[in-house]
Design a protein around this ligand. Sequence first.
Ligand SMILES: Nc1ncnc2c1ncn2[C@@H]1O[C@H](COP(=O)(O)OP(=O)(O)OP(=O)(O)O)[C@@H](O)[C@H]1O
Ligand SMILES: [Mg+2]
Length: 262
Amino acid sequence: MGRIFAIMSGKGGVGKSTLAAALAECYARQEMRTVLLDGDVGLRCADLLLGMQDRMIYDLGDLVEKNCPLEQAMVRHPSLSSLSLVAAPQMMSASDLKRKDMGRVITQLSDASDVLIIDAPAGIGRNLKNLLGAAAEPVIVATPDDVCLRDAERLSLLLTQREEPRPVVVFNRVNRRLVRLGEMRTPAQMAATLDMPLMGAVPDSPKVYRALLHHRGALHCGDDKVVSAIEHIAARLMGEDVPLERYKPSAFLSFFMEGGEA
Ligand SMILES: Nc1ncnc2c1ncn2[C@@H]1O[C@H](COP(=O)(O)OP(=O)(O)OP(=O)(O)O)[C@@H](O)[C@H]1O
Ligand SMILES: [Mg+2]
């Protein structure tokens, strides 16, 4: 059985799918057998992010209902032979996925891979538990705004009620300039507030948006800082000791932003 990461968030639109697809690519490039499971039932998107929208025939719903063998729902990426995608069903709702059936499918996918990445739907709905096998390691994605941080904290609390594994956090869309100006907290400060281990921070970059618009993943966005941040997060999740990128407020700039008052 391989590692299972569940990419989750309290608030929607924070970049879970973007990160899940990019992490999957990172591991597949390292020749690890990687499966990306789109768990956003009814709102599939990972196929678009990987440019695989024309290849998907079967999906997670077919696996749950035993309509096809595992291999048919695991669709191979056109250029990364180690990466397979299982699409989310479009015509089902999360409540249709029973916990027992999902547990069976997740175990099968995990047995067939070195890394299984579940792109989970946003929020803390009751069905979320059905989606996560007991062994899934929760990775909470949050953006640096207060609403999102509060939702992340709430999700973390709910997840912490489970035994193990404990959730870790990744911050997305961090603006280095605002951090330097003292207008945005550093990733380390935000992680300390949430009391969660920090796996890294991905800069906010218009190049990510453009890449996704052309159905290319974030690793192909052309912004070196985004790419290395994601590669480092992938390594840290695997237990590698990669130093965190430095985000520091500048005392000099903050002083001027506050109108030069001591
Ligand atoms: N680091 C980034 N810099 C700039 N834009 C980003 C970044 N990460 C993600 N985005 C943009 O944010 C939007 C939402 O991303 P994404 O769909 O991955 O979020 P999500 O958390 O999966 O959303 P949902 O909760 O609806 O599933 C996309 O338009 C994407 O291009
Ligand atoms: Mg998503």
